[in-house]
Design a protein around this ligand. Structure first.
Ligand code: GNR
Ligand code: NI
Length: 167
């Protein structure tokens, strides 16, 4: 297992569009194990392959307290969305920044699991927020992109300054 490096906003690689996984193989499963180790170590409740500079449609999430309910979604597709809800989000690629984002309240998503078997999941509450946040990453979006231009500019400047200071 290995802890992977998480790209930091505004790294342009976070804007890449992830490609569908053609076949779920041992190397896919190895990547997922490394992503899980990276997410739990951070710690975070979700991670998209995009964040570790792998541009394949793979996301994971675990919102359980005991870190024992890993959810793996390969080639996720949003089948349905309903309702509206606003909640505070953070992102491992945008450390230390928390802002309110509006999302659907309830979603239905289909995906392949780590064995390549298709399943459908209905989610609401915090899990629905996380899954939508992760799917955004696969399309090159971070939660900051949902904010006003003014806020985006401030966050960008703050993180660039911080990254410069940490060199
Ligand atoms: O760890 C995370 N916490 C979080 C909190 C509110 C809404 C979304 C998230 S996902 C985030 C991990 C991450 O960056 N996933 O891409
Ligand atoms: Ni994120």
């Amino acid at each position: 297992m290995a802890i992977l490096k998480i790209l930091q906003y505004p790294d342009p690689r976070l804007q890449k569009i992830a490609q569908p996984v053609k076949q779920v193989t041992d190397s896919t499963r190895k990547l997922i194990r490394d992503m899980a180790e990276t997410m739990y170590a951070a710690p975070g409740v979700g991670l998209a392959a995009t964040q570790v500079d792998v541009h394949q449609q793979i996301i994971i999430a675990d919102i359980s307290e005991k870190h024992n309910q890993l959810l793996v979604l390969i080639n996720p597709k949003l089948l349905a969305q309903s309702g509206d809800e606003e909640s505070e989000e953070g992102c491992l690629s945008v450390p230390g920044i928390y802002e309110k984002v509006q999302r659907a309240e309830k979603i239905t998503v289909s995906a392949l699991n780590e064995r390549g078997v298709e399943f459908t999941l209905e989610a609401d509450g915090f899990l629905a927020v996380c899954i939508q946040h992760e799917i955004d990453h696969l399309y090159g979006k971070v939660f900051v992109d949902h904010l006003s231009q003014l806020k985006q500019g401030r966050i960008r400047a703050k993180l660039i300054k911080r990254q410069r200071e940490n060199m």
